[in-house]
Design a protein. Structure first.
Length: 500
């Protein structure tokens, strides 16, 4: 790897990134089949090992460190900066013991059947019971049904977390959470501060909505298994107005109205039993699969538009090089959430066939689910920060205490934390969903002032595609946000939206 000029370096990077992208796409295809077909592929360990060897190659890391101070050409320098960041993350994620533990735990989790009411049910059945079953005892049973899997996974998941911390320490970070957040142009202190500010700044409105819902249901004490049911079931808007089989037609109709042919873009929407509400997987630059696990209800429409945003972000990114296509996770979620706001538009709801009263009820009803979405994710994020800072804590007790403060419910220390798929597969990720709304609200305020609502203003959609998506990671996301909105990242717009 001795190059005499930057052209040789660039040619080498081009070849290496193409090979890495090919291997990563093949791994994604195998992961996709595991989710959809519940099959395993014996090639997976070998492919993961191949990718790990490429990312952990000391000569490659040294090459990047050697050339980074010498390169002046902006695009090549940005590529090297991003590759350096990706290599640091890979040094943790690609360690053989970490890969082995992650595979073992995933094999246990995928397709797991949870004990509920004398039978075994999938993750969708558990979630739907907690979300919508009017029988409080059944909700409690569903809440506790995570315990069996959590207790099986907890020892090895804790070992995995400790290994991540140890590898991050070798790179000079206090915790793995600090490493992850820095790669997203954030810090743990900043992220934690914004999340706590959102809780306190919206508490009066949130607690008012929660307590009014509890009173309506005759509950004098709010347990954690009551929170989602309270926030999502007391609106008077029936789920039947938002049937699951209407999701794909709704997404297609809106995309068509904005000149976006999702078939030509290579975007496919598939229903599958997955441990997430939605998941967007790139199997290639023009092959994006949106996996959904929907039920009837307004929230699943919002999730599908959110996943469409992920798909558009993947397929309409104009950067050629892999290192310039991969953006920070928080910004990936923010762009997805920009499109996730479409179902919150009054005109969109009228186009769904809702009358004036139903539209007003739906808009008011959206506040409860939005609160649950933001608050539950905030609780998970704050808990995870505590876990990485001190792995000696009692995770179940700390999760219960954190949920009690953020959700406004009683503390419950039943074993659940290790059954959370994000802590395994997407570590230090939960804050991205909340901060994505911070960013998306800031973007929407700017778009509406410039063009009008994204829902029915093609100029607004085109602006997002051209100014936020097409440049990819060539420009830091915080720079894109400040240049386009005229303001640095701040929680003000989201607080105003929630409290308004």
């Amino acid at each position: 790897m001795n190059f005499t000029d930057s052209k040789q370096l660039q040619a080498f990077l081009d070849q290496r990134e193409r090979k890495l992208e090919d291997v990563s796409n093949e791994i994604s295809k195998i992961s996709y089949r595991r989710f959809v077909e519940k099959t395993s592929d014996p090639r997976l360990p070998g492919l993961e090992q191949q990718r790990a060897e490429m990312m952990l190659d000391p000569a490659f890391a040294n090459l990047v460190e050697e050339w980074l101070p010498r390169v002046e050409e902006p695009v090549l320098r940005r590529r090297l900066e991003n590759i350096r960041a990706q290599l640091q993350l890979a040094r943790v994620a690609s360690q053989p013991k970490i890969l082995e533990l992650a595979r073992e735990l995933n094999d246990l989790m995928v397709g797991y059947q949870y004990p509920l009411g004398g039978e075994r049910v999938d993750i969708t059945g558990v979630r739907q019971t907690v979300r919508a079953n009017p029988d409080r005892e059944q909700r409690k049973l569903a809440w506790h049904s995570y315990g069996e899997l959590s207790e099986k996974m907890a020892p090895k998941l804790m070992e995995l977390i400790e290994l991540r911390n140890a590898e991050a320490a070798k790179l000079g970070y206090d915790t793995y959470a600090d490493l992850i957040l820095e790669r997203s142009e954030l810090s743990l202190v900043e992220s934690e501060g914004m999340l706590e500010t959102l809780v306190t700044a919206t508490n009066p409105v949130y607690l008012g909505v929660l307590e009014a819902g509890a009173a309506k249901l005759g509950l004098d004490k709010i347990e954690p298994w009551d929170v989602q049911f309270i926030l999502e079931s007391t609106s008077g808007v029936p789920d039947s107005l938002f049937p699951r089989d209407g999701i794909l037609p709704a997404v297609r109709a809106w995309a068509d109205s904005m000149g976006l042919d999702i078939d030509k873009l290579g975007i496919h929407m598939i229903t599958a039993d997955i441990p997430y509400n939605g998941l967007c997987m790139a199997l290639g630059r023009n092959d994006i699969r949106i996996l959904g696990n929907p039920a009837d209800g307004y929230g699943y429409y919002k999730t599908s538009f959110h996943e469409l945003g992920h798909a558009l972000h993947g397929t309409m990114n104009k950067q050629e090089h892999l290192s310039l296509r991969r953006e920070a996770s928080v910004f990936n979620e923010a762009i997805a959430e920009v499109f996730g706001y479409v179902p919150g538009n009054e005109r969109w709801l009228k186009e769904r066939g809702l009358d004036h009263n139903q539209v007003q009820l739906a808009l008011e009803a959206a506040r409860g689910p939005q609160f649950h979405y933001l608050r539950q994710r905030t609780a998970y994020a704050l808990f995870e920060y505590k876990l990485y800072r001190n792995t000696a804590i009692n995770p179940d007790a700390v999760l219960g205490e954190t949920e009690a403060w953020v959700l406004g419910c009683s503390a419950n220390a039943s074993p659940r934390w290790a059954a959370n798929a994000w802590f395994l597969n997407f570590p230090v990720y939960w804050q991205n969903y909340v901060l994505a709304d911070v960013i998306a609200s800031q973007i929407h305020h700017d778009l509406e002032a410039r063009f009008g609502p994204l829902h029915h203003t093609r100029e607004a959609v085109d602006f997002v595609l051209e100014q936020y998506i097409a440049p990819g990671a060539l420009k830091p996301w915080r720079q894109k946000l400040e240049e386009n909105t005229g303001k640095p990242l701040a929680v003000d717009a989201l607080v105003a939206d929630i409290n308004g």
